[in-house]
Design a protein around this ligand. Structure first.
Ligand SMILES: Cc1cc2nc3c(=O)[nH]c(=O)nc-3n(C[C@H](O)[C@H](O)[C@H](O)COP(=O)(O)OP(=O)(O)OC[C@H]3O[C@@H](n4cnc5c(N)ncnc54)[C@H](O)[C@@H]3O)c2cc1C
Length: 388
C-alpha cells in the first residue's frame, strides 16, 4: 500500500524471514503458529491500535493495515489470525476516536496483555453480527449464552472470546467471555484447505455466564450502530490487507519464475513470452486497483470522510474486490509458474490454497453483492423478504 502514514518498524525483516521459514511447517502439520505468535506478542504489536494515553502504540488504521499486509506477504495465516485479535482492539479504538468510549475497558485489557478472539461464525448464519443461532438469556448480573461457534482463529491463545448471541425478544448481545469461564468446550475441527496455522477450531458454549461488565453492546437484531460500523471497517480492511499481501507475494514469485523458466522454442526466458507478459500485465493492473482501493478506504476512514449510509458499500466493495482480485492474481501466478507451482515444496501451492479462503469471510462472496447492490439502488438492507 502507498499510505503516506508510516508506522514505526517493530516487526523486523529478520522476524519476517523467520515467519516465512516456519509457514510451510505450520501448514503441513496443521499447527498453530506458536513461535510467530510469541515473537509478535513480545514486540507489542498486539497493542499498536490501543491509544497511546492508554498504554498502546496509538497507530492509525492505515498504519495498521499496511503493517499487517507486510506480515501477510511472509506468513498469511499468521497475519490473518493476529487480525482477529487486533480488529477488536481497532473497533474499540475507532469508537473512542469517534466519541464513544464505551469499550475503553477493552483497550485497557488489551494493553495489559489480554488476547481477544472473534466468535461470530456460526453454521447457517451468513449475517454474522446481525443475527445469531446462539441463544442469550438475561440472568441476574449478566447473560447466559448457549451456541455453537466455529472458525475461531487463535483458539489456543485467546483469553477473551468476543462472541454474539440473540435473546428471545430479538436483541443481539455482544459478549466477551473470559477464558476461565465454566461450561464451554473446544472441539478441534480445524483441518482445512488453507490458512491452516490459524487453528480456527469450534467453541461450544453451553450456558456460559458472561457478566455485564463483559457485555460490549446490546442491539436489536438486524440493526447497526457505530459498534457494528467500526466492526465492519476494521475487521474487513484488516482481512483485505492479508489477501492483498498474498497477491503481492504471488506477483513476486511469478516474476522470479518467469525470469528463470525457459523454453526450447525461445531464445530468452519465459518473461519474453507474450502470454506471460499478458498475464503479468493483468496481475499488475489488478494489484494497482486493489492497492488504491484499500488505501483510499482506510485513509478516508481515518480522515472521517462523510459517506453516510454508503460506508457499508465502500467497506464491503473493497473487501470483495481485494479478495476476488487476490485469487485472480494467484491463479495467474500459477499459470506463469507452470507445474512447479503445484508441488508441495512451492510457496505458491500454499498461497493458492490460502487465497481461496478470502471469499468465505464476511461479507462472503454471495452476501457482498447483495449489500452493495441494495445500497447502490437505495434499497433498505433490512427489506423483507430478503431477496423478494
Ligand atoms: C481462515 C478463516 C479464518 C476465520 N476466522 C474467524 C474467526 O476467528 N472468527 C469468526 O467469527 N469467523 C472467522 N472466520 C469465519 C467466517 O466468518 C465465516 O463464518 C466462515 O467462513 C463460514 O461461514 P459459512 O456460512 O460459509 O459456513 P457454513 O458452510 O455455514 O458452515 C461451515 C461449517 O459448518 C458445518 N456445517 C455446514 N452446514 C451444516 C449443517 N447443516 N449442520 C451442521 N453443520 C454444518 C461444516 O461442517 C463446517 O464446519 C474465518 C474464516 C476463514 C476462512
Amino acid at each position: 500500500m502507498t499510505s503516506t502514514m508510516t508506522a514505526p518498524v517493530i516487526i523486523t525483516d529478520e522476524m519476517l524471514r523467520r515467519f516465512r521459514e516456519r509457514a510451510p511447517g505450520y501448514d503441513r502439520e496443521n499447527a498453530f503458529f506458536r513461535e510467530d505468535w510469541e515473537e509478535i506478542k513480545a514486540t507489542g504489536f498486539l497493542g499498536v491500535l490501543v491509544p497511546e494515553d492508554l498504554g498502546g502504540g496509538g497507530w492509525s488504521l492505515p498504519q495498521y493495515v499496511r503493517e499487517l499486509q507486510r506480515i501477510a506477504e511472509y506468513a498469511p495465516a499468521t497475519a490473518l489470525a493476529v487480525n482477529m485479535h487486533s480488529y477488536w482492539v481497532g473497533i474499540a479504538a475507532e469508537m473512542r476516536r469517534l466519541g464513544d468510549p464505551s469499550l475503553e475497558w477493552l483497550l485497557k485489557e488489551a494493553a495489559a496483555g489480554e488476547v481477544f478472539a472473534a466468535g461470530h461464525a456460526e453454521s447457517g448464519n451468513d449475517l454474522p453480527g446481525f443475527l445469531s443461532t446462539a441463544k442469550a438469556e438475561r440472568v441476574d448480573g449478566g447473560y447466559r449464552i448457549t451456541g455453537h461457534k466455529m472458525f475461531g482463529s487463535l483458539t489456543p491463545v485467546w483469553t477473551r472470546f468476543g462472541c454474539h448471541a440473540m435473546t428471545e425478544d430479538g436483541q443481539i448481545i455482544h459478549a466477551f467471555m473470559p477464558r476461565d469461564t465454566p461450561n464451554y468446550t473446544i472441539k478441534e475441527t480445524w483441518d482445512t484447505l488453507g490458512m491452516r496455522a490459524t487453528r480456527s477450531d469450534d467453541t461450544i458454549l453451553d450456558g456460559v455466564f458472561v457478566p455485564d461488565r463483559y457485555i460490549g453492546r446490546v442491539l436489536p437484531a438486524g440493526t447497526a450502530d457505530l459498534f457494528v460500523l467500526c466492526l465492519f471497517a476494521v475487521a474487513l480492511s484488516g482481512i483485505a490487507s492479508v489477501y492483498l499481501g498474498i497477491a503481492h507475494r504471488a506477483m513476486d514469485i511469478a516474476r522470479e519464475s518467469a525470469r528463470k523458466r525457459t523454453s526450447l522454442a525461445l531464445t530468452r526466458s519465459m518473461a519474453y513470452n507474450a502470454e506471460v507478459q499478458h498475464n503479468a500485465a493483468k496481475m499488475a493492473m489488478r494489484l494497482e486497483a486493489m492497492d488504491a482501493q484499500l488505501d483510499r478506504l482506510v485513509n478516508d476512514w481515518a480522515s472521517n470522510a462523510d459517506y453516510g449510509d454508503r460506508w457499508p458499500l465502500k467497506i464491503v466493495a473493497t473487501k470483495y474486490n481485494v479478495v476476488e482480485g487476490a485469487a485472480e492474481v494467484v491463479n495467474r501466478a500459477m499459470s506463469i509458474s507452470g507445474g512447479t507451482g503445484m508441488f508441495k515444496a512451492s510457496e505458491l501451492e500454499r498461497l493458492y490454497r490460502d487465497v481461496r479462503c478470502g471469499g468465505f469471510h464476511p461479507a462472503n462472496t454471495l452476501l457482498a453483492p447483495e449489500i452493495v447492490g441494495k445500497i447502490a439502488l437505495g434499497i433498505d438492507l433490512g427489506e423483507q423478504p430478503r431477496w423478494g
